[in-house]
Every structure is written in structure tokens, then in C-alpha cells.
Design a protein around this ligand. Structure first.
Ligand code: PMP
Length: 355
């Protein structure tokens, strides 16, 4: 058995994979595959409706918001957000908390003015910038809730006088958020929600229709809302597996229950990193992520041997991102705490052998 600590596409619940595999061969017992039926068939429409319903339930999405399943990944949202929300002569405020935030703000520059109101670049993004003033005249504030590469996470969202747009790709459904505090939330599916291929967007309807530029249909939130995420053929399989994953989440007790589990997993792993003399954490303690746990070895000579040592125990995907090095254990919703204990034991045994 493998313990999948990969950063994304990340681990999915085994039972979801089995259900998805069955649906590829015979969906709902209709004698056809989910991959070969019309997206306008009642069978698929029921899948999309349930997926939207589960998102609303699990996140407590209030009235006045639309839930969309789009394509193009979170990276397309980097452009779609300013396309729809940033007036040509207006400005948007961005917090540069990592490479993904940087990519988002670069895309926004195609559409209007961008003010980077805070950055953590000075310390290779190992902390969350907090001391900044949000300009009241900006169209929106863009945040990244969890910085997948560095392992930092916003523990509290700032009070904002302007709509907050948040990239939640790597921590959506991992903890409770108050959707009403946001103007728009987006997330690529491939961490906590499902497979790559669909992107969740939750948008406050009243923010739309305020820019003068013409927006091509596929990039226009209003067109996508009017089409019920079916302006064109949607990514049926990615939406199906996301729906199954959301069903699984609900059956586990929902976001509230998974949040407790995620906290427990993160706590035991950080405890070991702080206790074990061979390893040390990378990020500012108060900003540590509960999803991506980044750590390094004190002695660089231990890096490769520990990776091998872990791999021999079925621990997969802990090599850190190439821009950070060291290790990154991603402990997404579907990773059981038993896998975290396997990693902790490996760290302890390795330390014992390398005293
Ligand atoms: N934002 C964050 C926080 C991410 O972690 C990633 C991907 N790992 C992206 C955006 C880009 O997502 P995609 O590959 O779906 O475009």
C-alpha cells in the first residue's frame, strides 16, 4: 500500500476511485459509460445538480451566489477574475504570498492596474504578509488562502472594505470558511475536490456586469451562470468524480469533521518535525499550513537517503517543490492519519539510525 503525500493532483478516497471506475464501465446501471452519455441527459444533469448542491451544503453558500464548474484550471481564473471584475482604468489589490499569487497578479496586469499591497518574496514566501492597508478604491483584493509550494496558510482572513477574491485551490473543503466574506472563491479540483479537469468558482452575482469591456462567452461568468456550467460541453468525468468526493466528504461528517482530522494530522506531524533533531520546519510557525507541511533536514547529506528510506516504506510524493527543496508532505482531506503516523515513524527510525 502507498501513502500518497503528493501535492496535486492529490490523493482521492479509495472508495471514490472504485465508484468512479465502475461508472466508467457502466454508469448507474444504465448500460453506458459516464464517458459516452450526453451532458444534457437527465443522468448527467442529476450529477451536476448534486455536485452544486453538495458544494452549497458543505460550504454553506448563501443566497446571491452562483456555483460553477468550469475548465482551464485555477490558472484560467487568474485571467478570468480581472477580465470580469477589473475595470480598464480601475485597479485591483494583490497580496503576493507565493508563486501562484504572483502568476495571478501578472495575468491581472493584462486587464488593468495592479497594486501589490504586500509580498513575502523577501523571505522566499515562508510567511504570510499581514501588515498592509487595503485600498478602498480598488475593485477587489486578491488572496491565496494556502500556498501549496511553501506550506503557508492564512489562518485568519483580513477584514476588507472591498470584495475579496480568493484562490482556495489547495485548501478548499479542508476547513470552514464564511463564504459571505468573499466576493469570489475559485479552486482547481485536483487537491481536495476531485481530479484535474474542473475548477470550482463561487461568485457573488451582484459583482458581475460592472466592467465595460466585451468578454468572450467562455470567459464570461454571467454566460457560464446563465448556461448552468453547460454553455459548452462540461468536463463530465471530472465533475462526476468531484461529486462522488463531495458525497464522501458529507458521509464523513462534512467540512467540520474533516477540519478536526486535518488539524490532528498537521499537529502530530509538526510536533515530530519540531522534536526530531534531524528535521526542521521551513515556515513561520503561526503561518504553517494544515495542508502542505514543508520541512528540511538539518544536514543536507541526509536529504536523498531519507527520501529513499521513506519510499521504501511506501511513502510517496514527499519531495519538496523544486523552488524550495527539502520535503513537502501534503496531507489533504483523503489522506488518513494512519499514513501520517507511517511518515512520523519513518522520521523517527531514520533519526535513530543516523544519530
Ligand atoms: N493556485 C494554487 C494555490 C495552486 O496550488 C495551483 C496548482 N498547484 C494553482 C493555483 C494552479 O492550478 P491549475 O494547475 O489548476 O491551473
Amino acid at each position: 500500500m502507498k501513502h500518497n503525500f503528493g501535492a496535486g493532483p492529490g490523493i482521492l478516497p479509495h472508495e471514490v476511485l472504485k465508484q468512479a471506475a465502475a461508472g466508467v464501465v457502466d454508469f448507474n446501471g444504465i448500460g453506458l459509460s459516464i464517458l459516452e452519455i450526453s451532458h444534457r441527459s437527465p443522468d448527467f444533469e442529476a450529477v451536476l445538480d448534486e455536485a452544486v448542491k453538495l458544494v452549497k451544503e458543505e460550504l454553506g453558500v448563501p443566497e446571491g451566489y452562483s456555483v460553477l464548474f468550469l475548465q482551464g484550471g485555477a490558472s484560467t481564473q487568474f485571467a478570468m477574475v480581472p477580465y470580469n471584475l477589473l475595470p480598464e482604468n480601475g485597479k485591483a489589490a494583490y497580496v503576493e504570498s507565493g508563486v501562484w499569487a504572483n502568476k495571478a497578479l501578472k495575468e491581472a496586469k493584462f486587464f488593468g492596474n495592479v497594486e501589490v499591497i504586500a509580498t513575502a518574496k523577501d523571505a522566499n514566501f515562508t510567511y504570510i504578509p499581514k501588515d498592509y492597508t487595503i485600498p478602498a478604491d480598488a475593485a477587489y483584493l486578491h488572496l491565496t488562502s494556502n500556498n501549496t509550494i511553501y506550506g503557508t496558510q492564512l489562518q485568519e482572513f483580513p477584514a476588507s472594505p472591498i470584495p475579496v477574491v480568493c484562490d482556495m485551490s489547495s485548501d478548499i473543503f479542508s476547513r470552514k470558511v464564511n463564504v459571505a466574506d468573499f466576493g469570489l472563491i475559485y479552486a482547481g479540483a485536483q487537491k481536495n475536490m476531485g481530479p484535474a479537469g474542473t475548477t470550482l468558482v463561487i461568485v457573488k452575482n451582484e459583482l458581475l456586469g460592472k466592467v465595460d469591456r466585451k468578454i468572450p462567452s467562455m470567459f464570461n461568468y454571467q454566460v457560464q451562470i446563465d448556461g448552468g456550467s453547460m454553455y459548452n460541453t462540461p468536463p463530465v468525468f471530472a465533475i462526476y468524480v468531484s461529486m462522488l468526493t463531495l458525497r464522501w466528504l458529507k458521509s464523513k461528517g462534512g467540512v467540520e469533521a474533516i477540519q478536526k482530522e486535518n488539524e490532528a494530522k498537521a499537529n502530530v506531524l509538526y510536533e515530530e518535525i519540531d522534536r526530531n533533531p534531524l528535521f526542521k520546519g521551513v515556515c513561520k510557525v503561526e503561518d504553517r499550513s494544515h495542508m502542505n507541511v514543508c520541512f528540511v533536514v538539518e544536514n543536507p547529506e541526509h536529504e536523498k537517503p531519507f527520501l529513499k528510506f521513506a519510499e521504501e516504506r511506501g511513502i510517496d510524493g514527499i519531495k519538496g517543490h523544486r523552488s524550495v527543496g527539502g520535503f513537502r508532505a501534503s496531507i489533504y482531506n483523503a489522506l488518513p492519519i494512519s499514513s501520517v503516523y507511517v511518515l512520523i515513524e519513518a522520521m523517527q527510525e531514520f533519526a535513530e539510525k543516523n544519530k
